[in-house]
Design a protein around this ligand. Structure first.
Ligand SMILES: *Cc1c(COP(=O)(O)O)cnc(C)c1O
Length: 431
């Protein structure tokens, strides 16, 4: 960074974990998602170490919606992570990945009666989102003689606006305390924890300090009044990755707080709150984005270049908003995958879709890419492989590079057979 702006990063990226980008696309096609198992394990172990050195009892739960490819989930589970799910579909996926029911956290506003019964029978941690769910669960537990293990999700003012108050029970207006009281007074529900998830891509460690303090206060009050300490405090996810948000002046790598800062803020509050040593709650974290974003890459190829009516250079890629949903929020770092000339030009990078909003980067300074040149998009591991759209083209394959640098397809590219599997043509339209 100097008075003229920041330098353009044009160093070609020819390898990912020592596997040649060119050979990956030759073998598996373009566009192509690539995930580094090494990087996932590094991220996980790093976050685990940072929290465990500051607080004695820590448990991570992998946020399925961030990336629920089974191979990815299983890496996290092998590392010791529980599962955090927000739908019946994700719940089934976690069971299928061998996670025992008692290590699945069931969040979100959408749990069917069947989901609630299954989760109760499996001893899962049901995080209640609203009164309707609380009353339903009380009724189901009476009808079916269940003893659900529950927590409530709490929302609050952490100084971040707009407030995330559509999930859970509000702290400031007394709703959260009211819900806790009802649970404690119910016959069948066992209150095991208190939960919040205050937002995503959070840039303020202090917001977590406020959240931790509020949850501790609820736990403390419950103990004082009812003589029972909850087993855990779950502070959700929301830590940022090092991506650069749109409109930011400086790259994310220079501005985003480190996990250490969040861990300091959280552990200082809980350790200092005054719980007795043997009553210290387990600290659960549901970090998604921060643990996977930089383990994911998207490889792609230039389809064409052209000049727009105002003279600007435009480059059309074979991937767009359909596979790279996060280009709505991030200025993704994009590197050429081969050595190109020394001359740079500012360009717009478009995707292949026949719609005007299909823009990958509104403005990027890159060497003069030509048809057939290849690029690497960095830090795309979070949310893209779950929020991707099947629209106009097939969704690309995902390849995993394992810790020995062997490659494995972990999701095939879609094809016509897959796409039409669920369709049905009525008899009268067949001839
Ligand atoms: C999405 C989500 C997470 C993960 O959030 P990140 O911002 O990716 O860390 C954790 N908990 C809940 C309840 C969520 O909805």
């Amino acid at each position: 960074m100097n008075k003229f702006g920041s330098k353009t990063e044009n160093e070609p990226v020819t390898h990912i974990e020592s596997v040649a980008v060119k050979s990956l696309m030759n073998e598996y096609g373009s566009p192509l998602f690539v995930i580094s198992e090494k990087q996932i394990r590094r991220n996980y172990q790093n976050a685990q170490r940072i929290f465990k050195t500051r607080y004695p009892k820590v448990q991570f739960a992998w946020s399925y919606k961030t990336n629920y490819n089974n191979a990815v989930c299983r890496i996290f589970h092998q590392e010791g992570s529980w599962a955090e799910v927000v739908s019946g579909f994700e719940y089934e996926k976690a069971l299928g990945n061998g996670v025992s029911g008692s290590k699945i956290i069931f969040n979100g506003p959408d749990k069917s009666d069947k989901d609630l019964i299954t989760a109760s029978q499996n001893g899962s941690l049901i995080h209640i989102d609203h009164y309707d769910e609380l009353y339903t669960l009380i009724r189901l537990s009476e009808e079916n003689n269940l003893k659900p293990r529950v927590a409530i999700r709490v929302n609050m003012d952490t100084g971040i606006y707009p407030k995330w108050d559509r999930f859970g029970f509000n702290f400031e207006n007394g709703q959260a305390w009211n819900a806790l009281t009802r649970i404690i007074n119910s016959q069948n529900l066992e209150l095991v924890g208190i939960h919040c998830h205050i937002g995503t891509f959070m840039l303020s460690p202090n917001a977590y300090a406020i959240a931790a303090r509020n949850l501790c206060e609820l736990a403390w009050t419950a103990k004082e009044r009812f003589g029972k300490m909850v087993q855990y405090i779950d502070l959700g996810g929301g830590f940022p990755s090092t991506n650069t948000l749109k409109g930011a002046y400086l790259p994310g790598t220079d501005t985003v707080p480190s996990i250490d800062q969040f861990a300091d803020a959280i552990s200082d509050v809980i350790l200092g709150y005054g719980f007795k040593q043997d009553e210290l709650p387990l600290l659960i974290l549901e970090s998604g984005r921060a643990l996977i974003d930089d383990a994911g890459y998207l490889l792609g190829t230039v389809l064409a270049t052209k000049r727009l009516s105002d003279g600007r250079r435009a480059t059309i890629m074979d991937f767009g908003l359909n596979s790279l949903f996060t280009s709505l929020w991030y200025e993704h770092k994009i590197s050429p995958a081969q050595k190109l000339g020394n001359q740079n030009e500012e360009m717009v990078m478009f995707g292949p879709l026949c719609m005007n909003i299909d823009v990958v980067r509104e403005s990027i300074n890159m060497p003069m890419l030509q048809k057939g040149d290849q690029v690497v998009v960095h830090k795309v591991g979070a949310y893209n492989m779950t929020q991707w759209m099947q629209f106009i083209t097939y969704r690309p394959a995902i390849v995993l590079i394992d810790t020995e640098n062997n490659t494995h397809i972990i999701r095939k590219g879609e094809d016509l057979r897959y796409m039409e599997e669920l369709e049905n043509i009525p008899e009268h339209l067949k001839s």
